[in-house]
Design a protein. Sequence first.
Length: 196
Amino acid sequence: MASAPSSAAGTRRRMPTAIKILVAGGFGAGKTTLVGAVSETEPLRTEEVLTDRGVGVDDIEGVETKRTTTVAMDFGRITFGDEFVLYLFGTPGQERFWFMWDEVALGALGAVVLADTRRLADCFPAIDYFERRGTPFIVAVNCFEGAQRYEADEVKQALQIGPGIPVLLCDARRKESSKEVLITLVQHAMKMRAAR
Ligand SMILES: Nc1nc2c(ncn2[C@@H]2O[C@H](COP(=O)(O)OP(=O)(O)OP(=O)(O)O)[C@@H](O)[C@H]2O)c(=O)[nH]1
Ligand SMILES: [Mg+2]
């Protein structure tokens, strides 16, 4: 871990370890919302307005109030004490923008795959992607109002992912809930690293 002198008195203060985290998942799963909820800086967003041209292409069922979509990425930052600073990269949900994923994914410690139980299959491509790359990931089920509630274990079974991969329920709009998701991911990714 890097460290640097912090004062004229010569005391040394630890520099936090910088960690890159990806936030992925299907269209409208709440990636931009999660990054915005936890970021301590004004999140950088690359949102474009959904227009009539997306009718029949962009499935907004369940998120009818959704007006914009991410076309490049979201970017935010959150610091945990003086130990870690997480740089969050939210990916675009729509397949036509996925050509950028390889670039965005470079050097990431791990990924949060956000899932919406009303359209669970939308998160399969993200799971496949991280499994293929060997990137540690967890699944966070974003609990939208009106969506049927499932236990995390039920979702895990439906996704058929490995027993060691954490699945948890969250509300992407809430800072504390989204922070818990990130902490779960960092702990999981570090455990995976230690086991390598
Ligand atoms: N009720 C409810 N609405 C949510 C929640 N999270 C996000 N939303 C809403 O759902 C819509 C989709 O959220 P976004 O954060 O834009 O989703 P996204 O995954 O970034 O979408 P793309 O970038 O287009 O793939 C927005 O209108 C949010 O306000 C949630 O936990 N509960
Ligand atoms: Mg988005």
